[in-house]
Design a protein around this ligand. Structure first.
Ligand SMILES: [Zn+2]
Ligand SMILES: [Zn+2]
Length: 227
């Protein structure tokens, strides 16, 4: 049986509705082995200021004393239009899990957005260290249909070289089975995230588990034991 974990949860530090201790309580109740608090970075209007993440990390250290499950202090940082992360190294290195995603792109049609998405993420992969790419290929919609297959192949190889895992995100139901299979073939690890903003959503990973079982994922393909 695959271990249950949720590495993408928001709290009152950004736009979530519950404090971290409540999230951990629920995660424990739902039988998770591990949970990561990943509030939005400062690049979003609802995001937390960088210094808040140090307080969050401190909070997590206290919570760990009172639970059996693994609790990680993390961030969902924003990949900026110039391919950087919206938080500096000095804060990121204090966190257990650095995830990153694209939340703003220049406007354009789907094809232009897909190209822009690839450009900024590739740049970020070359110059920044992060652990997980959240909701891969998603920006307003799933952009994969607008990307040539050979570009996808190269993109997955770049993820593998950078040692960055891809997230199966149940809020947007991305990425799809074929993309995950290709990632696994190339040795890209897989993370699981609900993108929960409310307690009801924490640890609801049925969609991910069903897909992971269908593709025959092994425990060692998951990021859960690595971080
Ligand atoms: Zn996001
Ligand atoms: Zn999120």
């Amino acid at each position: 049986m695959l271990p249950k974990f949720d590495f993408h949860v928001h709290t009152i530090y950004s736009d979530g509705s519950a404090p971290p201790e409540r999230i951990v309580e629920i995660a424990e109740k739902r039988g998770l082995k591990a949970v990561a608090i990943t509030d939005h970075g400062p690049g979003l209007s609802v995001g937390a200021e960088p210094s808040k993440f140090l307080i969050l990390a401190q909070d997590v250290r206290v919570i760990r004393e009172e639970t059996e499950i693994q609790v990680l202090a993390g961030v969902e940082s924003n990949i900026t239009p110039d391919g950087n992360l919206d938080m500096g190294e000095e804060i990121l290195r204090e966190l257990d899990l650095v995830t990153a995603g694209v939340h703003y792109l220049r406007s354009g049609n789907c094809e232009e957005q897909a190209m822009e998405y690839m450009r900024v993420v590739r740049k970020a992969l070359q110059s920044h260290k992060f652990d997980v790419l959240v909701h891969p290929l998603y920006y307003n919609k799933y952009l994969l249909p607008w990307i040539p297959p050979e570009d996808i192949e190269e993109f997955i190889q770049e993820l593998a070289r950078a040692g960055v895992a891809v997230e199966l995100n149940s809020k947007y139901h991305t990425p799809d089975k074929t993309f995950i299979q290709e990632c696994l073939r190339e040795g890209v690890k897989v993370s699981v995230g609900t993108d929960a903003h409310h307690t009801e959503e924490v640890g609801r990973i049925e969609w991910q588990l069903s897909l992971l079982n269908r593709v025959g994922v092994r425990r060692e393909d998951l990021v859960v034991d690595l971080i």
